[in-house]
Design a protein around this ligand. Structure first.
Ligand code: NAP
Length: 300
């Protein structure tokens, strides 16, 4: 339970609603900032304007997945108000107040460091990344179906990278009956690909491995789908680039060659905002409960 904890949920999209639901169920007291257009009311949660918030009793601040922009502005889907998080606000919070976001940037890193508050980036956690790979794969399947005129079953799929997303993508497309090969650069990854019953190849050899590819799915956040690689792809092939912006594909060259290449960021929030919110809510609930236990332990 989170009884006695005072938490501010600042901005965000539908995913935050799952977080609010979960934390109010656990008996936390919530201040909701940037939610005045939300019709739904939650017991134990009060909608407030940023300038009305009493930061001095905050145990935690929860920001949306992107955190803030480089000027401190927080995305607010349920409000027209401009919400800007400042270092002065953090300074007012309790000394052991923790700030949670999905990712961070130089602004958010800067103000949390300056205020000596802990910043937790949920998307850096393995558990969040692995859970998130599930809706990411479902979104990838959706895109593959929408943008091809052939079945996934029986087609040649090349997956680049065997990280948290790459592994789930490779396994699921294989389960749908595709012939999947996976490119990686670590010997243990090549071994794992073999163990999974898929075809491994070293990324150094990528240029020579794509000539039969129907769908190329990249998960490496570096430019590895170069013009040279694209020049070897069959003309009917589709590139789905899952890596974070700007992706790992030479999109300019793909367009020039007439090969469809799609950058597909944020699939969990698009195809399954409820599940994506629940993933964050469950991990956050665990972290906050651990935090509360630690504090109570210290008090004794
Ligand atoms: P991850 O576990 O770190 O895996 C990244 C993979 O890319 C690893 O296999 C890594 O290989 C490889 N890689 C990294 N840099 C490389 C380079 N320079 N050359 C070759 N391979 C390289 O990350 P993840 O959680 O799977 O996420 C992958 C990407 O997808 C990230 O950019 C993430 O932000 C993004 N993502 C997108 C969505 C979406 O909706 N589109 C959803 C979730 C995540 P090594 O181990 O050898 O470094």
């Amino acid at each position: 339970m989170l009884t006695g904890m005072q938490i501010a949920v600042i901005g965000g999209d539908a995913r935050q609603l799952e977080i609010i639901r979960k934390l109010t169920e656990l008996d936390a007291r919530l201040s909701l900032i940037g939610f005045e257009q939300l019709d739904h009311a939650f017991t134990g949660a009060v909608k407030e304007k940023l300038d009305e918030v009493n930061f001095s009793n905050m145990d935690a601040l929860i920001l949306p997945v992107p955190g803030t922009d480089l000027e401190g502005q927080v995305e607010t889907i349920f409000s027209n108000e401009k919400v800007i998080l400042t270092g002065a606000m953090l300074d007012k919070t309790l000394e052991n107040c923790t700030i949670y976001s999905g990712i961070s940037n130089s602004y958010l890193n800067g103000i949390t460091k300056q205020s000596k508050r802990t910043l937790v980036q949920l998307f850096e956690r393995d558990d969040v990344a692995i859970y998130n790979s599930i809706p990411t794969v479902e979104g990838t399947i959706m895109m593959a179906i929408q943008h091809t005129d052939f079945t996934i079953h029986g087609s040649n799929i090349t997956v680049l990278g065997l990280g948290r997303v790459g592994m789930s993508v490779a396994r699921t497309f294989a389960a749908l009956g595709a012939k999947v090969k996976v490119g990686a650069r670590k010997s243990e990854h090549l071994a794992r690909i073999t163990e999974m019953g898929l075809t491994p190849f070293h990324l150094n050899n990528l240029v020579n491995e794509v000539k039969d590819t129907d769908i190329l799915i990249n998960t490496a956040p570096h430019l590895i789908v170069t013009a040279m690689v694209i020049s070897k792809l069959p003309s009917h092939s589709l590139i789905i680039d899952l890596a974070s912006k700007p992706g790992g594909t030479d999109f300019r060259y793909a367009e020039k060659r007439g090969i469809k290449a799609l950058l597909a960021p944020g699939l969990p929030g698009i195809v399954a905002p409820k599940t994506a919110g629940q993933i964050l809510a469950n991990v956050l609930a665990q972290l906050l409960q651990d935090d509360l236990r630690r504090r109570k332990g210290k008090v004794k």
